[in-house]
Ligand binder design. Sequence first.
Ligand code: AMP
Ligand code: ZN
Ligand code: ZN
Length: 408
Amino acid sequence: MKHLLPLLAFALSACVSVDRPSPTLAAVERRAPVVILVSIDGLRPADLGRGNTPTLDALAREGASGAMRPSFPANTFPNHYTIVTGLRPDRHGVVDNTMEDPARPGVRFTISDAKQTRDRFWWDGAEPIWVTAERAGMRTGTMFWPGTEAAIGGVRPSVWVPYAADISSAERVAFVLDWLRRPIAERPRLLTLYFDVVDKAAHEQGFESPEQDTAVRDVDAQLRRLREGLAAMGQVANLVVVSDHGMAAVPATNLIDPAGIADEAIMRTAQSGPILYAWPKPGAEAAVAAHVLRPRPHLTCRRREELPARFHFGRHPRVPPFMCMADIGWRFSSPGGRAYLKGEHGYDPADPSMRAVFIAAGPGFRAGSRIAEFDNVSVAALLRDLLELPAGEGLDGTAAPFESARRR
Ligand code: AMP
Ligand code: ZN
Ligand code: ZN
């Protein structure tokens, strides 16, 4: 009841005619459109239009869609932060799911270490869209998104939830709808919503497996529930649905034992999907170079200064001095180590298997717009545009790829 009072006051003041039947609260309230940024981790463009995604396919028909190139490395945390900052990982500083910083010797960031993921130190190199929105006086609500648990630049989303993989996809949608049912003064204008089940199924069982089909269908059904919930409360929304990267098949035979490279006597290493990073121990730079850089089958090792220009990667102090990348379809795995995965990402973002999904629908988009393949650094500029925030300076992407798809 407490929540209804402001609505009721607004409804009464907005009620002008006594002759017509009383309009419902939702109808008289004329809700301002919100922006909902949805991420379906690991969803590939090829997963759409196969009968598993009626809601996503409808959104694509009603709005804009296209394939999106991830940033390097094609892993979850760097790409989620790129999508909300408009900077490449080399500039925003979340350089991979696992990282170290020379300013914090002995500390390693991993995505399962909440002490680190909640520490603004790792995120303060850029300003994510929810911080920009909050600074502009808009409320934001985040139902998971890497970075949302930290007070980045000293600012947090108005409402957020600590990451917990066991909060089901249905519960995540329920949170978002609940926040939007709140009185105007408490209601977020920008929301994020994150689903991990597709990525998990594709890693463990492979894409186009029955398990991945089920996960894709489930997320699609949750998005249908989201749309139904929005319609029921008269909430107009611009939905921007993305994925962070695609997925490549990894045959069970295509495993590389990292022990052949990781000589702990001369280096410290970290593995992130198909990438093995190496930091030489003090004075061992030349020995590491001689050991790591020799040619090996099914992988390429390089100094960070020698990465292909299209990676836009290698300058940030958090990028380790050496890195080995497994060829597409290969991965690092120690004998008897972690259970083998059937799908993997983190490869060259230019490889078609790494392509990510982009679909946007709502009053801001023209129906049936196809967008030519673009880099995911552009999404943040689109979000700013939708929220009528300043364009932002010095970003790596602009809203230009979406211009012909926008309705104003
Ligand atoms: P990746 O290893 O790149 O496939 O990362 C995917 C995993 O990241 C998911 O299975 C989640 O468990 C995890 N993840 C996603 N978002 C978060 C978050 N905000 N905090 C912690 N872990 C997360
Ligand atoms: Zn991911
Ligand atoms: Zn993954």
